[in-house]
Design a protein around this ligand. Structure first.
Ligand code: ZN
Length: 677
């Protein structure tokens, strides 16, 4: 009996639209696989949904001045529509903010809790006093202890890829307010991953050495070699699924605890609507669980989620986790925040009716084993030379000639012609490649059949033989029509829109993959075909130039903004601003402060008075070079004692790229005591 296929695709974060990197690295391959399994006759559940929890969403909401719910509502519908438009054939596309998901994740947590699978730990976590919130994961930024990147997050440095905890960051700052956080005690529930090392070693390292992709296997192995540590499964946050325990107010499940459970809750929703039992797909050995993900999610799908399922006790382990590497765009990393991307919803609008071109182009450069690159020029070439020049050209010639010579009726030909075996051979090849998750090879096999057909017609030249060898011409077009219908059948997982058009053009129905593998003749002599229409059309240079220009514009506008700038501080009113007394002033005297390398003691003429200011500028200036310099001073700052000296005010300074300080000064010398504002 065919096993059930429980196929999941990584849940997209509902804090932005979907781009070609997501499509090439997860959704299109997953869709090809799901469609192919359905054609094999497998009982498939292809499940996905928007991940609506997690800190990127709350941060985006704060930035845009709206609620997290506004953000997820907006992007959930954009993402869902993009998938539909591109033919991603999910059986269910739901969202983690649903009641059902909340209950499913809470039940999962409680079952683990009741079995004693968590440890409770009180730890000191960073806390933003101004915002009144604990700072988990992306709420905290600082310098990476590994590579020195000063924009590292509390859970990961995106520059070097190291996993971090907030306490490892150097100079941590709150991403909410820019303030330096304090440490505060809090209780959380941890999953002791170290206790699952033996199980993971046995299951993956010993059990899947040969059938899992080397990039996935290798990453898991290196995690296990380094040793696993307990990991907090709850967070002090207010956006997410509440921890279902009485003493857990203000705490939610860690987003990577609840997100993968989304696969389960969405399967439940689908099963409910379709009279199925979700447990047959998740808790039965007659089911294969397959997770399609990007490489950044390997640890969650190969270590944390399996450990959770193991701890829970009722679940099967994934059969395979075919993770993809990353797709770059025009040789640069795709980035949502830098808007360096080709957005799915924009593509659909700008290339109407050309969804399959994108599917084809992305699949043929899918980052299967290493990072790969998408360029618009390459996209154009793939369309014009391969889809139009080979695939479309072949099918068009067959259809046009069958209409021209035989009034659209398939002529008589040799049902045992040798060339016909190419169809079943291709079907078997694609089957073999897809069962190993080799999508590019599978697509090449399909294109090779189109190439074969094209060459066959070129050699046979029915447009010439029709005059004095009509039987030969009829046979050529009979064979040609079989190959064309073979392509119509076999291209469906890859290019579903074109497949539907083609099947309609040849007036025939979709059949199972096995039938294509076993058949020689797919349309009989005497079969009437429908009007032919063009399958693909040439993409002109102007269209491509427009897209390249769009990216160029993005690059230019990015250059104008500084990605390293700290987020804006809390808004103040105009009244707040008028309380600040800024003046022009001149430095009269400067001397070093004893035993303090950074400090200079200054005498400053503020126009109002002459006062003492202690300033941390000794590493950037010698006393001599600043005497006589005009500066700006914050005059009404409450006096503070620094190293026993009362400092009355603060000079305005900025930091140069080399880390040295420089004074903010008026661009020409003016009188002292002039108000700034
Ligand atoms: Zn780093």
């Amino acid at each position: 009996m065919q096993k059930k296929k429980m196929i999941t695709a990584a849940l997209p974060y509902a804090n932005g639209p979907v781009h070609i990197g997501h499509l090439a690295g997860v959704y299109i391959p997953a869709d090809v696989y799901a469609r192919f399994q359905r054609r094999l006759g497998s009982d498939v559940a292809f499940i996905c949904g928007s991940d609506e929890h997690g800190i990127p969403i709350t941060i985006r909401a704060k930035k845009e001045g709206v609620t997290p719910q506004d953000i997820v509502d907006k992007y959930h519908s954009i993402i869902k529509k993009s998938f539909e438009d591109l033919g991603i054939s999910f059986d269910e596309y739901s969202r983690t903010s649903s009641e059902n998901h909340k209950k499913t994740s809470q039940d999962f947590f409680l079952k683990m809790y009741e079995k004693g699978k968590f440890t409770e730990e009180i730890s000191e976590q960073y806390y933003d006093e101004q915002a009144g919130e604990f700072l988990a994961d992306r709420y905290i930024v600082g310098t990476c202890p590994n590579c020195g990147n000063d924009g590292a997050y509390g859970d990961q440095c995106e520059k070097c890829g190291t996993t971090l905890s907030p306490s490892e960051l150097i100079n941590p700052k709150s991403a909410l307010s820019g303030n330096i956080p304090i440490l505060k005690e809090t209780k959380n529930w941890y999953l002791p991953l170290n206790e699952y090392e033996n199980f993971l070693n046995e299951w993956i390292i010993e059990g899947h050495k040969d059938d899992w992709k080397p990039n996935v296997y290798g990453q898991v192995k290196s995690w296990l070699n380094d040793g696993l540590k307990p990991r907090a499964m709850t967070r002090d946050l207010n956006w997410g699924v509440q921890v279902p325990l009485p003493d857990a107010e203000g705490k939610v499940l860690y987003v990577w605890f609840d997100a993968p459970i989304g696969y389960i809750s969405f399967t439940k929703e689908w099963a409910e609507k379709n009279g199925k039992n979700w447990k047959d797909y998740w808790q039965s050995n007659d089911s294969d669980l397959i997770h399609f993900i990007g490489k950044d999610n390997i640890v969650f799908h190969c270590i944390i989620f399996p450990a959770m399922m193991k701890a829970h006790g009722d679940y099967i382990m994934p059969t395979n986790v075919p993770a993809f590497e990353f797709l770059n765009l025009e040789n640069d990393k795709i980035s949502t925040s830098r808007n360096w991307a080709v957005w799915a919803h924009e593509y659909v609008e700008e290339f109407p009716g050309q969804q399959d071109v994108l599917r084809y182009a992305l699949l043929s450069s899918a980052p299967e084993t290493k990072d790969n690159n998408f360029t618009w020029k390459d996209f154009q070439t793939k369309n014009n030379s391969e889809l139009v020049g080979i695939f479309g050209n072949f099918i068009n010639r067959v259809a046009v000639l069958v209409h021209k010579y035989y009034d659209g009726v398939i002529p008589t030909g040799n049902e045992n012609a040798e060339e016909l075996s190419e169809i079943s051979k291709t079907a078997k090849e694609i089957n073999e490649y897809l069962s190993k998750y080799e999508f590019r090879n599978a697509l090449s096999a399909l294109m090779n059949l189109a190439r074969f057909g094209n060459q066959y017609l070129q050699t046979e030249e029915p447009w010439k033989t029709i005059k004095d060898q009509p039987e030969k011409a009829a046979n050529s077009l009979f064979v040609g029509a079989q190959i064309a219908v073979g392509l119509a059948q076999l291209c469906e997982p890859f290019m579903p829109f074109s497949s539907e058009k083609l099947l309609n053009m040849f007036n025939t129905e979709k059949i199972s993959w096995q039938e294509v593998e076993n058949a020689k003749v797919l349309v009989k002599t005497g079969h009437q075909i429908n009007e032919s229409s063009l399958l693909f059309s040439k993409i002109e240079d102007e269209t491509i130039d427009f897209q390249i220009q769009k990216l160029e514009n993005t690059k230019q506008s990015n250059a104008k903004t500084n990605p390293k700038a700290n987020p804006m501080k809390e808004e103040i009113t105009f009244d707040d601003f008028t309380k600040i007394d800024l003046r022009t002033a001149t430095i009269l005297e400067a001397e070093k402060v004893e035993k303090a390398d950074k400090l200079l003691k200054l005498k400053v003429d503020t126009g109002v008075d002459v006062r003492t200011v202690v300033s941390g500028i000794a590493e950037s200036f010698t006393p001599e070079e600043i005497i006589g310099k005009q500066v700006m001073i914050l005059l009404n700052l409450a006096p503070r004692k620094i190293r026993g000296i009362e400092s009355q005010g603060m000079l305005l300074l900025t930091t140069k790229p080399d880390g040295k300080l420089s004074f903010v000064t008026p661009d020409e010398t003016v009188e002292n005591g002039i108000e700034i504002g």
